[in-house]
Design a protein around this ligand. Sequence first.
Ligand code: KMT
Ligand code: NI
Length: 180
Amino acid sequence: MVQAWYMDSETTDQRLQHHKNPPEYISLDDLFSKTGVEYFKINIDTYKTDGVLEKLKNERGYTYEDEMVCSKECLPNYEEKIKSFYTEHLHTDEEIRFILDGSGYFDVRDGEDQWIRIAVSKGDMLVIPSGIYHRFTLDTNNYIKAKRFFIGEPVWLPYNRPADEMPCRKDYVEKLQNGF
Ligand code: KMT
Ligand code: NI
C-alpha cells in the first residue's frame, strides 16, 4: 500500500523517511483534494495484458512512453541528476511515473507550502499536476525503474522555484483555491 506523510524539517540525508514525530500520514483521497496528485495501482504482473494501463493511456492521451533507471551504475551524471531531481521545481506538463521496480520518494507541496512525501514502489503510478512544486529522491535502496508517459512530444524541463509568474503555476494555484 502506497503511503504518504508530512515531512519533518530535518536537514539530514534526503534518502531517509523524514517522518514527523509522531508520524502524520495523509490518505490518497486527501492527497488528491489538497494537491491534485492522482494515484493509480497497476498490477505489475498483468499490466501488459489486463488493459488497465492501456485504458488509462487512451483516456488521458498518453502518446509517448519510455523507461528510466535511476541507480549509480545506470544514470549518466548520477550525482548531478539526483541533485536536480531534488531541487524544488515545477513543469508546464504533468509528470507521470509508473514504477516498475525499486522505490523512491516524490515530495509535493500542499496549499500551505508543507512538504508531503509519497513513497512509491513497484506497481504505483503517480500523476503530478502541471504547476505544482515538487521534487524526487531515491530512498536508501538507491534504485528505481520507472516508465514515464507524456501527452505529445516530451518536455522534461524543470523550472526551479520561484516560478510563480508562469501561467501553469497560476492555473495550478487557481485549482488549489477552487478545488481539483
Ligand atoms: C523526475 O523527473 O524527477 C524523475 O524522473 C525522477 C525519477 S522517476 C522515478
Ligand atoms: Ni519534476
